[in-house]
Design a protein around this ligand. Sequence first.
Ligand SMILES: [Zn+2]
Length: 302
Amino acid sequence: MKLYYSDHYTLPLPSNHRFPMDKYGLVRSSLISQKIVTPEELIPATPLSLETIALAHDESYIQALINQTLPEARRREIGFPLSERLVLRSRSSAGGFLEACQTALQLGLAGNLSGGTHHAHRDRGEGFCVFNDFAIASFWLMKYRALKKILILDLDVHQGNGNSSIMGQTPGIDIISFHGKNNYPYRKVASSLDVEFNDFTEDSEYLHRLTNVISGLATDYQIILYQAGVDALKEDTLGKLSLSMEGLRKRDELVFGFAKSHHIPVAVALGGGYSKPIDLTVRAHVQTFMVASDLFYKKPPS
Ligand SMILES: [Zn+2]
């Protein structure tokens, strides 16, 4: 399983910053120590060209980031201090996802150990998201791989408002978002299908609804872009739902099982996860790749 990473572009944050930047390196090292991937299968992501980013973003927004002239209010919406390093890291993260999509088309499965930056809009970033990796990748796949039917399955606990604002009206892209009804973003942008949950929703209800949605899906998608955020975990500090680690495992089995059984390539992005301490989030992210690897690569016992 090839996985792309961007944690070599570290982003120094103030010590009181609530974003868990450390999780990316921890997920990568844990995947190796648990032998879910070999070091050779982990590939440093290549930063995207500005031309590719412009498939999904306004030129004026891209230039304001590059020239560090983004207005203060817009910087605050992103939630990270604006720096050349942030822009480079964001280009790398989106690049890793595009590479994962291309690899998934060849091999059936690939992942990006960051990203799922579904809150970024065409003309602005927000919620720790600078560039919208799923929108860039979707438009690229349509333009350069002639794909005509893409499924975005967004199971991060926060609604993918940026995905819907950029791609919601694009024929050939279906967007499904499962998220907390009372959670950020408070102004949601309609997806093809929005499944909302009340606070403290547990495994049984969540998995029941996911099973129903998946069983009704078309089976002729040419790729699934899976935002596998683990912030629906009950210990998550920004999640508000009450899923267990086992519930997340079953969630991932449903998604990868569907993709595998219908031979649909799947590209996975890490998405959100904010447990404190960060260990449970790291375990949940690692579990996603373990489930994928077991389903796609493990030989059945003879
Ligand atoms: Zn999230």
